[in-house]
Design a binder for this molecule. Structure first.
Ligand code: ZN
Length: 345
């Protein structure tokens, strides 16, 4: 089968489309023919080789996928050959104390498809059958193959961790990225007032078209936090959704209101940041870390998305052979929405 294969860590040139052996599968696993696989920032870290990452090579990256089941192990009962499906990229053991509490993304051996096992940028993908869910019927394969990781992450941040209520205000940094846009869509769906930031007026305009109530260009505005305060009658926002890290962390503490919450799910800038401890205690803030989501988070997110017929924002689609250019577009922050790799067409 054709697949994107990494033989060693490094730049875009390490993404090679090659012939790879077809995956073997156990009696609890299924094999999908992958139609569409969305790019995520995780793919960049996997390729570059984030500190502490020790991947067996060759490795196939890719964490999101939509496709059709083409083979199922003897124990599989939840899906059948021919089903149109999406995958939950989160891998959990199913038996530790966290899994027993239904907190699969806190599992002691938590892993991700495309990181802990071969990923989705391949014509065929083997995954545990519990990671396979029906494709939302209102979505195309491209839409369905691009939304789970980012929507699940945003859902857990907003709903499970920050407990967002209708009418609350949410600040989302760096609109254009996958999780940031998912958070915008889901926060609006939940009845929140949303402020977004970007360095691009074009991205801010598009964010406005899909529901952002207020937009801030952080390159042209002198003080982002003050601007947020001005918008919120001097109070600040209830919740900050941070997917950036070091560059935005100091702003978070000035932009959040007393009793507010700051939720962080990843870093696309520095992983080290100075924390304003005085603001933390005096303003009685809550800092929340969040990683992907539990099966219950996924269930609730899919229910909300299906009921409202919400679709992910798509930036562009590329053939498997063009993965380098597609990844380069994400790596340089040009995208607005999800970039899709069309694998089997
Ligand atoms: Zn576990």
């Amino acid at each position: 089968m054709k697949a994107v294969v990494i033989q060693e860590h490094g730049g875009l040139d390490k993404l090679r489309v090659e012939e790879a052996p077809e995956p073997e599968y156990s009696e609890d696993e299924v094999v999908l023919k992958v139609h569409s696989a969305g790019l995520n920032h995780l793919d960049i870290w996997v390729r570059k080789g984030r500190a502490g990452l020790n991947l067996p090579k060759p490795h196939i990256p890719g964490s999101d996928a939509a496709g059709i089941v083409v083979a199922a192990g003897a124990n599989v009962t939840n899906v059948a050959v021919g089903d149109e499906v999406i995958i939950n990229p989160g891998l959990s053991c199913g038996c530790c104390e966290y899994c027993n509490r239904g907190q699969q993304s806190e599992c002691i051996s938590f892993g991700i498809v495309g990181l802990s096992r071969p990923g989705t940028f391949a014509e065929l993908l083997a995954v545990p059958s519990r990671n396979v869910w029906p494709k939302p019927p209102h979505m195309s394969f491209n839409e369905a193959g691009a939304f789970v990781l980012s929507h699940l992450t945003a859902w857990r941040m907003l709903m499970t961790r920050a407990q967002l209520k209708p009418g609350q205000t949410v600040l989302i940094h760096g609109i254009g990225g996958g999780v940031a846009l998912s958070a915008l869509q889901l926060a609006r769906l939940a009845g929140a007032e949303v402020i977004v930031t970007s360095s691009s007026d074009q991205k801010l305009e598009r964010a406005g078209q899909i529901g952002a109530d207020h937009t801030i260009n952080y390159r042209t505005v002198e003080d982002v936090a003050q601007h947020v305060k001005d918008i919120t009658s001097g109070r600040g926002v209830n919740i900050v959704i941070d997917t950036v890290g070091g560059d935005t962390w100091p702003i978070d503490f000035s932009a959040v209101r007393r009793g507010g919450k700051i939720v962080l799910c990843g870093v696309t800038s520095d992983a080290q940041a100075v924390t304003n401890l005085r603001a933390l205690y005096w303003n009685q803030l809550t800092i929340l870390g969040s990683t992907m989501g539990s099966e219950e988070d996924l269930h609730q997110m899919l229910k909300a998305v299906t009921k409202s017929k919400l679709k992910p924002v798509i930036d562009s689609a590329a053939k498997l052979e063009n993965i380098k250019d597609a990844t380069g577009r994400m790596e340089t922050g040009q995208q607005f929405g999800k970039i899709i790799i069309e694998v089997c067409r």
